[in-house]
Ligand binder design. Structure first.
Ligand code: PEP
Length: 248
C-alpha cells in the first residue's frame, strides 16, 4: 500500500513573513496521518517555514536545486544547503522551470542523481503540452522525460522517488485533466517504471497528479489506483489545501 503524498507548490508567491503566517493558518487544517504533507516553498522561505512547521506533520521541500555540491554558481542553491536546513524534498523539472529557465531532461537527471546522493527525495515533474496531447504523442513525450530523468538512478532509489504528472495545459489554468485522463497517464508512467526497473519498483514509486487540483476534484483523482496524491499550486496557498489533504 503506497502512502498518499500531497504537496503544495507555492511557486514565487510568499515573502518570508507571509510564508510563516500561511503555515500558522494551514497547520491545524492539514493534519492527516494517512498522507505525507509537503510544503514546497521558495529558497528564502525554507528556513522560516521549517521553523514554523516544527511539531506538525508538515514536511518542507525546495522548488529547485543545483546539481553541484558547492562552487562558483552564483544564485544557485546546493543540496548541502538543503540538507543542512533539514529539507527532505525537492521539486525537479517543473514545467515552469523547463519553459522559463532552460531546464532539460539532462539537467533534471543530474539533479535527480544529486538529490539521491544527499538523501533528498525528488518530486520529478513531467507532462505534455496541449499540442502534444492533440498530436497524440503524450506518452512518447512523457516516457522520454521519465527515462532520461531516471538514467543512472538505482531501483532502490527509484522506489523512494515521487513523480508528478502535470499536463502543462492544466497548470494554473483552472482546467483539471479528467480523472480518466489523469489515471491513464499515471498508469502508463508506472508501466514505464516497470520497464526500466521491475514490477516491485513500479509498485513502490509514488505518482502524483498536478494541474488545477482543488477541493472538489481531489477526492475523485486521489481515489484512482495509480494516483498517489497531488502536486498543488494555486490551491495550496489557501485554507482549501486543508480540504485537499483531507480529501476523504
Ligand atoms: C503546479 O504548479 O505544480 C500546479 C499544479 O499548479 P496549479 O495547481 O495552480 O495548476
Amino acid at each position: 500500500m503506497r502512502k498518499k503524498i500531497i504537496a503544495g507548490n507555492w511557486k514565487m508567491n510568499m515573502t518570508p513573513s507571509e510564508a510563516v503566517k500561511l503555515v500558522e493558518t494551514l497547520k491545524p487544517l492539514v493534519n492527516n496521518p494517512d498522507v505525507d504533507v509537503v510544503f514546497c516553498v521558495p529558497a528564502i522561505d525554507l528556513i522560516p517555514v521549517a521553523e514554523a512547521a516544527k511539531g506538525s506533520n508538515i514536511q518542507v521541500g525546495a522548488e529547485n536545486m543545483y546539481f553541484e555540491d558547492k562552487g562558483a554558481y552564483t544564485g544557485e542553491i546546493s543540496p548541502l544547503m538543503l540538507t543542512d536546513a533539514g529539507i527532505k524534498y525537492v521539486v525537479l523539472g517543473h514545467s515552469e522551470r523547463r519553459e522559463y529557465f532552460a531546464e532539460t531532461n539532462e539537467t533534471v537527471n543530474k539533479k535527480m542523481l544529486k538529490a539521491f546522493e544527499h538523501g533528498i527525495t525528488p518530486i520529478m515533474c513531467c507532462g505534455e503540452s496541449l499540442q502534444q496531447r492533440e498530436q497524440g504523442v503524450t506518452m512518447d513525450f512523457i516516457r522520454q522525460q521519465v527515462k532520461v530523468g531516471f538514467l543512472g538512478v538505482t531501483a532502490d532509489q527509484a522506489k523512494t522517488a515521487v513523480i508528478a504528472y502535470e499536463p502543462i495545459w492544466a497548470i494554473g489554468t483552472g482546467k483539471t485533466a479528467t480523472t480518466e485522463q489523469a489515471q491513464e497517464v499515471c498508469k502508463d508512467i508506472r508501466a514505464c517504471i516497470a520497464e526500466i526497473y521491475d514490477a516491485a519498483t513500479a509498485e513502490a514509486i509514488r505518482i502524483q497528479y498536478g494541474g488545477s487540483v482543488n477541493a472538489e476534484t481531489a477526492p475523485d483523482l486521489f481515489a484512482q489506483p495509480d494516483i498517489d496524491g497531488g502536486l498543488v499550486g494555486g490551491a495550496s496557498l489557501k485554507p482549501d489545501f486543508g480540504k485537499i489533504v483531507n480529501y476523504k
